[in-house]
Design a protein around this ligand. Structure first.
Ligand code: PLP
Length: 286
């Protein structure tokens, strides 16, 4: 399966497309992005991701000119061009191109749009993950999906070097999220998550799990979670669009969770069925 790229109207192999030297995404990381998984040429939950992308570029005051409908059409058209299978569908917009000056470029400078489709395999729900804790040294606009990901990149590399799958960022005693996932937990039969403030990304997978829990009469609690509470959870969950929802067996080498497997399985099965139905695919066996 081959990857596909798009930049400001040009479509081609990503390794052949070029981006201008002056794209502000390169100088400043001055852009925002979003990403989902496409299966069977259908991007999952595309409207949720486009809504969040619009919230991101509006917060960043980037003059992105396409309507939601136009962007949706473009992304779906690009998904139709790739071979069968699962793809990461990633797109970002930057505040146009211009000389390196921190303040905005002259009014009327058009935003740039880059789209990238590359084959991926979704993490199966049965996979149980290991985590490490890491102090959250990131900025305070984490509800905006910006390109500024240096701390996340460094933490991801640390996770590779420690042989774990994700991190639990924390500010003091309080859990925020992972470097590319949200962290949730099950406690006393309830699905618990830190609140969607400026210290975490409002994950689409997190939102879907909360919706599913409501439908399944599982109580949902949105409130700060401490590290002590996480270590004491009945289950610790990691959620993101490339994996849906996975249980956690260890944090910093200490065993966690493993006390509400059946409840998690019900949520995973309902979510996998939703994904398969929307993408008319058998991506997950359920
Ligand atoms: N938090 C961060 C920092 C992320 O990068 C991501 C996904 O990219 C998530 C949470 C999960 O978001 P979603 O469920 O929308 O993929």
């Amino acid at each position: 399966m081959k990857s596909l790229g798009y930049y400001n109207g040009k479509i081609g192999a990503p390794e052949e497309l070029t981006v201008p030297f002056t794209d502000r995404g390169l100088y400043f990381g001055d852009g925002v992005y979003d990403a989902t998984t496409s299966a069977n040429h259908i991007p999952f939950a595309i409207d949720d991701h486009i809504d969040r992308f619009f919230r991101s570029f509006q917060a960043a005051r980037i003059p992105f000119a396409m309507s939601k409908q136009e962007l949706r059409q473009l992304l779906c058209d690009l998904c139709a061009k790739v071979e069968d299978g699962c793809y990461l569908l990633y797109w970002h917009t930057t505040r146009g191109s211009g000389e390196r000056s921190h303040a905005f470029p002259p009014a009327g400078t058009p935003a740039n749009l880059l789209v990238y489709l590359t084959p991926c395999e979704m993490t199966p729900p049965e996979k149980v993950l290991t985590l490490m804790t890491a102090p959250d040294i990131r900025h305070h606009m984490l509800n905006v999906k910006t390109l500024n990901l240096l701390p996340n990149v460094l933490t991801a590399q640390q996770a590779v070097e420690q042989g774990v799958d994700e991190a639990v960022y924390h500010r003091g005693d309080y859990v925020t999220e992972g470097f590319h996932s949200n962290i949730m937990m099950i406690k006393d039969g309830a699905l618990c998550t830190p609140p969607a403030d400026n210290l975490i990304l409002p994950g689409i997978t997190r939102k879907h799990l909360m919706e599913l829990a409501h439908k399944m009469d599982i109580p949902v609690k949105e409130a700060p979670i401490t590290l002590t509470e996480l270590f004491d959870a009945d289950e610790v969950l990691v959620t993101n669009s490339g994996a849906l929802c996975n249980r956690v067996s260890h944090i910093d080498g200490k065993p966690v969770g493993d006390k509400a497997q059946d409840l998690v399985k019900r949520l995973q099965d309902a979510y996998a069925a939703w994904f398969n139905e929307e993408t008319h695919s058998q991506t997950f066996s359920c």
